[in-house]
Write a protein that binds this ligand. Structure first.
Ligand code: DGY
Length: 349
């Protein structure tokens, strides 16, 4: 009959929160809502207690969803809907074996996350962290032709690991900055995206020509990740975290980066071995890094990567815009309700 207890493990953005609060009354008691409303995330035990008796759970990417949790919920659990596109916190095998549907939020955060990837790259390449530090700590002296010189992208090669929605949107944003070659790796070739990216380059070239600026030819190629690392000036990780990508950037390939390369990670912390990254920066093999995610997360303030001047770190803000968080929570709620009502989820894993 579709009725049941809905457990939501966080306070949602205002519009979705208002909707969820009205659900109990607007559905004449069909649903009972239990929601975690504290600022602090629930501990593991608090989470296990919270989900008891749930038909559907709307969770966050910090909630580990595994066999223990679904046993704590009970056999009536029909759906777990995560307010994230990533689902590395969910044991998908165990949930599928128990016929529990899994919803996620792809697409709606593509723009916000690729904006952050572009921000990280510009911040890392143009030494924004050192610049802000200089302004804030009285280190800004007289204009100096050799001070805080960054690097540009004209004629350079951009490597995108994972040309999914976020990878392609990131490449699309960055072509106008001058990259003339894109290498991408992943599970398959995306011919249609290659053509669309070439179109963007063509329009940018037309604009540049009309302004008397120089242009380059353009190439977009599907390659192995090993080759991508060796031949790219900038490597951006846009892949999911799974057993194939955990520690993808590690001690044995950090020295394969181009001298003066830049590594950007807007995806998941554990895709990069932090010790290898630190070595890459300290040895100057890498010019800079930009991270929106770390391992562990949050990273400790005394971590050497935090104090490294050329490691520009943001606290997992990829999807953190008003518009995107509302869209994510709306979609997560839609998936939750569809799951408990026995309907097809709008977006499922
Ligand atoms: C996701 O949805 O997986 C993102 O990491 C959230 O910013």
């Amino acid at each position: 009959n579709g009725s049941g207890t809905l457990v939501v493990t966080a306070t949602l953005p205002p519009r979705t929160q208002a909707l969820i609060k009205s659900l109990e009354s607007s559905t004449s008691g069909k649903f009972k809502l239990i929601q975690w409303r504290n600022e602090q995330r629930p501990t593991r035990n608090e989470l296990l207690n919270l989900v008891q008796g749930a038909s559907g759970v709307l969770c966050m990417l910090t909630d580990k969803i595994d066999g223990e949790l679904i046993r704590a919920a009970g056999p009536q659990l029909k759906v777990v809907s995560t307010m994230s596109v990533g689902y590395d916190h969910i044991n998908t095998k165990v949930l599928h074996e128990n016929n529990i549907l899994i919803g996620n939020t792809p697409g709606v955060l593509t723009n916000a996350t690729s904006d952050i990837a572009a921000l990280l790259l510009l911040g890392a390449a143009r030494r924004a962290k050192e610049g802000v530090d200089a302004v804030e700590n009285s280190k800004w002296g007289v204009w100096n032709p050799n001070w805080l010189l960054g690097v540009e992208f004209s004629g350079k090669t951009l490597g995108i690991v994972g040309l999914g929605g976020i990878g392609a949107a990131t490449a699309a944003r960055l072509i106008p900055f001058g990259f003339s070659k894109i290498l991408y790796s992943g599970s398959r070739q995306h011919k249609e995206k290659e053509a669309l990216l070439a179109d963007i380059h063509r329009s940018v070239s037309n604009f540049n020509t009309s302004q008397g600026l120089s242009t380059d030819c353009f190439e977009c190629k599907f390659v192995s990740t090993d080759l991508l690392i060796k031949e790219s000036d900038v490597v951006i990780l846009c892949c999911a975290l799974n057993e194939n990508t955990r520690m993808l950037i590690n001690k044995s390939n950090i020295n394969d980066f181009k001298q003066g390369g830049i590594l950007i990670n807007p995806a998941r912390g554990p895709i990069v071995d932090p010790e290898a990254l630190l070595h890459g920066l300290e040895s100057n093999r890498l010019f800079a890094a930009g991270l929106d995610v770390t391992d562990p997360e949050p990273i400790k303030a005394d971590d050497p990567l935090v104090s490294h001047p050329r490691c520009f770190i943001m606290p997992h803000l990829g999807s953190a815009t008003v518009e995107t968080r509302e869209a994510m929570s709306d979609l997560a709620l839609e998936n939750l309700l569809a799951g408990v009502l026995g309907d097809k989820l709008t977006a499922s894993v």
